[in-house]
Design a protein around this ligand. Sequence first.
Ligand code: ZN
Length: 228
Amino acid sequence: MFEVKNRITKKIDDIGDNHIGSSAKTPLRADAFEISDKEKIDRIKESIKDILETLGMDLEDDSLKGTPRRVAKSFVKDIFGGLHPDKKPKLSTFDNNYKYGEMLVEKNITVYSTCEHHLLPIVGRAHVAYISNGSVIGLSKINRIVDYYAKRPQVQERLTMQVVQALQEALRTDDVACLIDAKHLCVNSRGVRDIESSTVTSEFGGKFKELETKREFLDYIKMETDFE
Ligand SMILES: [Zn+2]
């Protein structure tokens, strides 16, 4: 029995260390929002206090006194704020009056996320594209949707898929693509300590699965734009 349990624990450790995500949906419990944000902050504050005390830190020190509350607040309101469905940006669309039927690419969107296996930062860029099927969306909404899904304990593959799925739903078309190139601090700062490496994930929907369309999208991403 003990051996079976050990093997399962080992498997879970391996999944985490290899950054294998299990599903396109964020694994949230059904009761995730039964307690208020305020209560979450109070509880997390106690947990952070416990961690720091266990590490031997003196929480009476002026520099550390406010840390548990500060961290708890940033977990709930900021870095994991995108867990709350109420924070999802309203993705209102407009009629495509210009009849612009080409690809629209929003590139170099900043990604600040958190690896759910190590709770360390993922920092990078997202490039998102769609081909209008009659509706268009405000450009800043694309940045906001990336940020919303990034502000969760994440797996880069899942983030990429969630962005595509949200835009497919809002724009009522399959023709959406997303590519994310990001550094994982858990890889860069611990374990193999590879500072230079980054991870690329992509999700191509509809027409973007076709080689020519995919290539056009990738060419736009590579294109250097000089704004001087
Ligand atoms: Zn990690």
